[in-house]
Design a protein. Structure first.
Length: 203
């Protein structure tokens, strides 16, 4: 018997470094991977829960990863007024077992990125460096950023400059710039001397 479906949905909130973003953590796996919705049109196409959340006037962004959803609010609302409504909505939605992210989302996003030319073809020594940089980000940076309800993705490496994409609570977060410069840039420079700078793109 599958006990997973029987267990009630537990949900709690966690602060993120971004005052406008709050992490809603559940005891269920919602989506294996990362799904970042900055606007309603993408949510409508791929995520029924994100699309429903965008119907609330105070929801500005929805980021889904593993067992949590990070909601970014419009700054003129306070969490005290809206947190319980969001909590109840997410809990009920997950309890009903409704679709979170449509199948094929990851593939579709990869295709969009490839079109944008994100996956430059690196050759020789540069390809090795990129592999090392990606591994360092995935091993050391990603888990910490995920704890804060966000995500970081390697974008490109060009003449010593590493460009990363910040998602979820990290996007537009005042402290993410500090984290980026002090933490990530420092580590990559130490581990990969060819790196001169780390810059971020807000996804």
């Amino acid at each position: 018997m599958d006990t997973q479906t029987q267990s009630p949905v537990m949900l709690y909130t966690e602060q993120t470094p971004n005052p406008e973003s709050l992490k809603f953590v559940t005891n269920k796996m919602l989506y294996k991977g990362t799904a970042d919705f900055r606007d309603e049109s993408l949510a409508e196409e791929w995520s029924p829960i994100a699309s429903s959340l965008f119907q609330f006037p105070y929801v500005k962004g929805v980021y889904i990863c593993n067992n949590f959803i990070t909601v970014t609010k419009e700054f003129n609302y306070s969490w005290e007024d809206i947190m319980l409504k969001l909590k109840e909505f997410i809990k009920n939605y997950v309890s009903d077992g409704k679709s979170i992210v449509a199948d094929g989302f990851e593939e579709a996003m990869k295709a969009i990125e490839a079109e944008k030319g994100v996956s430059y073809e690196y050759t020789g020594e540069e390809a090795e460096l990129v592999k090392k940089i990606k591994e360092l980000i995935d091993t050391y940076v990603k888990p910490a950023v995920e704890m804060d309800g966000g995500n970081i993705e390697f974008q490109s490496f060009n003449e010593g400059v590493v460009t990363v994409l910040l998602q979820g609570s990290c996007s537009g977060c005042p402290s993410s710039t500090v984290t980026l410069k002090a933490g990530i840039e420092g580590m990559l420079k130490r581990m990969v001397p060819e790196v001169t700078e780390v810059v971020s793109e807000m996804g």
